[in-house]
Ligand binder design. Structure first.
Ligand code: G1P
Length: 291
């Protein structure tokens, strides 16, 4: 079973400036908690037990968020604010460990994943890109289904969704004979990073959720710089596909690109109205604004 997940969080978040000038973009709050918490919860809900952050010196607040804060806990305890105490100590279930490694240079997503090689060891693993929030409606989330499929077949799983044709140059795009139904996987014939509009093999874009075999680390070590002059995870997956079955998994849930300002605003709206405590009031507020 897949128990380890790599979350590359070293990116400087230029699409989210000025907010990301002095706080990590992953720590920007969506309703009442940082965006990264949603991604970590998604991994945990899929059965992940070790979160591996590939991080940067400017981003220690992410590690601090998932760590205990003795001073804060003591103060809340003394003030008998037990609800808040519970909230901050139960961000993650106790069996989850969070470890971090540094990406010393911004050499691309493939390089970021490679930085976690020694922590991953001989284990197969998942990768979750922190910009994208995946809102699942089913109790078993998309990542859990991908992990199940990987465990049963050993075929790597790459989560995809359809995007408008004019946006294909912003994503990894997969080549498949026939687009799979939502919640299903199909064998991939190819994958290409950010193809020019008009040259893409399909409109199925890589969402930022992957289930990969340990051996992809060796492929990443040999992957030359590609699109954007960066070492691309997409290129290593393309190499893997030549010898192993790699499948595109078409997601059922909905994505929010919190790396972009408009995607972030959409996420706040959707997670806001769905919030167990604030949802009703927030929805009423939106309706009021529409008048
Ligand atoms: C990365 C991946 C790309 C994927 C995208 C999803 O690109 O390289 O294949 O489609 O994430 O968000 P980036 O957004 O880091 O340029």
């Amino acid at each position: 079973m897949i128990k380890k997940a790599i979350l590359p969080v070293a990116g400087l978040g230029t699409r989210f400036l000025p907010a990301s000038k002095s706080i990590p973009k992953e720590m920007v709050t969506v309703v009442d908690r940082p965006a990264i918490e949603y991604v970590v919860r998604e991994a945990v809900a899929a059965g992940i037990e070790q979160i591996i952050l590939v991080t940067h010196s400017s981003k220690v607040s992410i590690e601090n968020y998932f760590d205990r804060n003795f001073e804060l806990e003591t103060t809340l305890e003394q003030k008998k604010k037990f609800d808040l105490l519970k909230e901050i100590t139960e961000i993650l279930p106790p069996h989850i460990s969070v470890v971090s490694v540094r990406q010393p240079q911004p050499l691309g997503l493939g390089h970021a994943v490679l930085c976690a090689k020694s922590v991953v060891g001989n284990n197969d693993f998942a990768v979750l890109l922190p910009d994208v929030l995946v809102k699942d409606t089913d109790t078993k989330n998309d990542l859990a289904l991908m992990i199940e499929r990987f465990s049963a077949s050993q075929a790597s799983q790459i989560m995809v969704e359809a995007v408008p044709d004019h946006l294909v140059d912003q994503y990894g795009i997969v080549d498949v004979e026939q687009s799979p139904a939502e919640g299903q996987s199909t064998v991939m014939q190819g994958i290409v990073e950010k193809p020019a509009v008009g040259t893409a093999p399909s409109n199925l874009s890589v969402v930022g959720r992957y289930v990969l075999p340990a051996k992809i680390m060796q492929l990443l070590e040999q992957t030359p710089k590609g699109a954007g002059n960066e070492i691309q995870l997409t290129d290593a997956i393309a190499t893997l596909r030549k010898t192993d079955v790699v499948e595109a998994y078409r997601m059922k849930g909905r994505t929010f690109d919190c790396g972009s300002k408009i995607g972030y605003l959409k996420a706040v709206l959707h997670y806001g109205v769905g919030h167990p405590k604030l949802g009703a009031e927030f929805k009423a507020l939106i309706q009021e604004l529409e008048l």
